[in-house]
Design a protein around this ligand. Sequence first.
Ligand code: ADP
Ligand code: MG
Length: 703
Amino acid sequence: MVLNLMTEEISKSQNEIELSTPVQYLKSVGPARAKIFSELGVETVGDLLEYFPRDWNFLPEPIKINQMQPNKEAALVGMVESIDYQSFRRQPLFEALISDDTGICRIIWFHGGYLRNQLEPGQIVFAYGKVTIYKHQLQLTNPKFIVLDEEHSKSPEDLSGGIYPAAKELSNRQIKRIIKPVIEKIDELVYEFFDRGFLKKNILISRQDAFKWIHQPPDEKRLSQAKRRLKHDELFLMQLGLALRRYKVQHFSSATPCIYSAEIDSRIRKRFPFLLTEDQDSSIAEIVKDMGKTEPMNRLLQGDVGSGKTVVALYAALLAIANKMQAAIMAPTEILAGQHFLSIERYLKNSQVKRTLITGGLTGQKRTALLEEIKKGEINIVVGTVALLQSDIEFQHLGLVVIDEQHKFGVHQRAELRKQATPHCLVMTATPIPRTLAMTAFGDLDVSIIRHSPPGRSNIVTRRVEQKDRQKAYDFIRERLRAKKQAFFVYPRITAIEQNGDIKAATDEWINLSKNVFPEFKVELLHGQMPSEKKQEIMSEFRKGKIDALVSTVVVEVGVDIPNATIMVIEGADRFGLAQLHQLRGRIGRSEAKSYCFLFAETENETANSRLEVMTRCNDGFEIAEHDLRLRGPGEMFSTRQHGLPDLKIANIIDDFDLLVLARKNSFEMVTQDPMLIKQEHKNIRRALLHKFGDTLGLADIA
Ligand code: ADP
Ligand code: MG
């Protein structure tokens, strides 16, 4: 009696499943299985529908025994007539004869002893595999099979269809059984997003069919249609979130527009001892236009190392200052902040513009006094690290924020900054970002690109050096150092962890280089764990040419600008990624003197070899970024989560680039038409968007 009641209870809730129903209330799922599902990230029916197979099997249509053809795949349905196990043969063999209304067929499985407990005469089986000839007879050899057994309701479907990501205590078959009744209700569960015209124009099938076929594809064609639709929707929702966020920034927060005049322009340009390049000019034109609006600028400035971004940023800062506002420039490390400050000092010598550098070392009264000046608007440019974001620093009127190397900060921090005020925002990156990433992680930014570096740069000669030629390389470097050039030696780590001696570390090699290899030169050590004053001091000595060679870890990676340094040795180069190698190399080749980069590898492996090969052949950051993408693959390079974006379940921003472009276009169009998604026909999309990406994209206020 009690049992009956319970089944009734379950079947009642079965009838009323919704996307938000916990999987626990599905047939054959109880608390135990619900727990396993939960570990797979599946809490609700909606999650289950998005628990997509990772692969699919397609079974051929069964044929009759008399239609079999040699050397082809065939699927048969027949009754087991007899079985036999020949264990004494050199290759033990399990044999079954099956029949249908057209004939009898022999099936053999080598090493098939385990089948003795599975097959017995009288059963109906579905078998598919390769047709071979044995003693002039056609037979199936080692086919896959399934017993079609009414009692256990097995069917060929158990062999075909989706293969779900492995789950320890939940077999593929169990998952399929659990999903099946949900799929049967798909038309009630899943809502369409778009009208027929849209679907037709974009060659998309319905959402209901897409969910049905991704789990239970009748054939390959419909599977790929299902994938296309689901990928489109996933990318569409992500892009829609970005489009909305952008819309919000543009329309609900306002910035002070900066007035621009020919006079301001020429006054700013006088600060630079050179003509700006064409690319610098066009980036500036875009920035000037942005900053002239009441919508805050939200622009990404991309350019290879040394391409002249800092100059562009300073132009923007001076434009803000000409409009009686302040500018903040932030770098990811103190060294870089210090360096930005120095180059700004160089350009602004004898100018009225008041600038200051805020470092972690600044404390007490001095700091308080400085903050007071900033608050009163007496200081025009504040340079510092990201700490500027979190600190108690208040501006009188912050008109522009420049963030250097922003990809290290992530999207959230950028949002953080916007809370303070709504200044115009310029983000600079020296890592060329392939188009795909620019559209996703930075999908709500406008992009300016500096493609060509200023004139007067020599090309860098890059060579991979074998260990046996180490001395030759040192001799060559010695000659250069004698000619008063400077060198970087970069190591993957500070101290040796492994004891096998193969892996070089900065601290040990510094001793070796300064004592044994270059005793006649001043060789200094620099690494991230040194106190910041010490680091600044060494950098400043190196900049002044008082140090000949700098042994360091990747602390010199970004931004360091010392034109007289024309040699770079990278040890353990196989341990660095392409982007990082290119960044490092960008420290040299900053003057007309020829520069040299020597790469030493510690191990031989194929991917490392191809990376180093790309380095010796190619100097263009954008080209290198493309190679990087190809060598590393999307997974490693594009953890969307790392960039503060939701992870994608089915789409892949590299492989599905075309769909990404389409989805981006469609979503941006939708926001233009219906910025708050309040139209009735957008109800389902709005709901799905908030459910899926509301948290990660911070869309709460759209709700
Ligand atoms: P980035 O910030 O892109 O790494 P920088 O702005 O620091 O590049 O510029 C690198 C070097 O090139 C600096 O020494 C700078 O003075 C110089 N430079 C920048 N723009 C020009 C230009 N238009 N002509 C000549 N030299 C330039
Ligand atoms: Mg720079």
